[in-house]
Design a protein around this ligand. Sequence first.
Ligand code: GTB
Length: 218
Amino acid sequence: MALPTTPTITAFERSPDRGRGLARDMRVRWALEEVGQPYEVRLVSFAAMKEPAHRVLHPFGQIPTYEEGDLALFESGAIVFHIAERHQGLLPDDANARARAIAWMFAALNTVEPPIIDRSMAVLFERDKPWYADRLPALEDSVHVRLGELSSRLGNADWLDGAFSAGDLLMVTVLRRAAVSGLLEKYPNLSAYVARGEARPAYQRAFDAQLVVFTGKP
Ligand code: GTB
C-alpha cells in the first residue's frame, strides 16, 4: 500500500502583508489545519514565481499551489475544495447542505472578493492617478453593496448556513481583506463573524505558521 504523501503548498518568501495573513496561502493553510492534515510549505520569491519551474504548477505564476503525490493544483478555491472533499469537517454530508456550502465558497470568491480586491488594488496602485479621487467612492460603494447584502443574510447566525464550512472559511478570509481597511466597521455582525473564524484553533495555527515566515521566529 502506498504511503500517504504530505501535501506541499507554496507561499510568499516575503509577503507584502508583513505577516498579517492576507495572502491566499492563508486559506489553504487554514483548511489543512481544520482537517488535521499536516503539510509542508515551499517559500517562493516573486522572481521564482515567474520561472518555468513554478509555471508548470501555476500557469499564472502565483501562489498558492498544492502538490500531493501526482496531483498539482493551483487556485486557492480549488485547493480548499479539494481538501474539503478529501477530508471530513469542511463540507456537510447531507447532499443539499453540501451544495449550499459549495455555493457559499463560490459566492466568497466570485461575488464578495472581487469588489474588495478592486478597491484594494486602486488604493495600492492608483493613488497618484488623476481618476483616483473620482473612482474610489464608486469602488467603495460596490464593496458596501455586497457587505450590506451579506450582513443582512448572515443576521444573527454564527455561520452562513448551519455549521462552519469551507464556505465560511473562504468568506472569512475574503472579509479580512476588507476588515484591515476598516470597511467592516458598519457591520458589527460581519466583524463578529470574522472574529469567530479567527478564534478557531485551526485558524490560529495557520496564522501563526504564516507569521513565522515574516518574523523568522517560531
Ligand atoms: N485566484 C488566485 C487564487 O485564489 O489562488 C489568485 C492568486 C493570487 O492572487 N496570488 C497572489 C500572487 O501570487 C498572492 S495572494 N501574487 C503575485 C503575482 O501575481 O505576481 C494576493 C495578495 C497579495 C498581497 C496581499 N497583501 O499584501 O496584503 C494580499 C493578497
